[in-house]
Design a protein. Structure first.
Length: 78
């Protein structure tokens, strides 16, 4: 799957989101989008990295401590 394909999926989902609102103005979309995208991103990367947080952090381009905090925030680890 290419970067372009992922962008198209996101656009399609956002178009559906606005359609579902039926003219009601959204509120707090930025934080909502980050929350709903971040958790499956972390789940998938951690699965592909076979639970190796250092490897996953490298792939994501973030510090391992940042990754650990995000995993805790999303209740993906204890």
């Amino acid at each position: 799957m290419s970067k372009k394909h992922i962008e198209e999926c996101i656009r399609d989902s956002l178009d559906s989101y606005f359609k579902d609102l039926r003219g009601v103005e959204p509120n707090g979309m930025y934080d909502m989008i980050l929350r709903v995208v971040e958790k499956p991103l972390l789940e998938t990367v951690m699965k592909q990295a076979e639970g190796n947080q250092s490897r996953a952090a490298d792939w994501l381009g973030i510090n391992r401590n940042t990754l650990r905090r995000k995993l805790l925030d999303h209740k993906l680890i204890k």
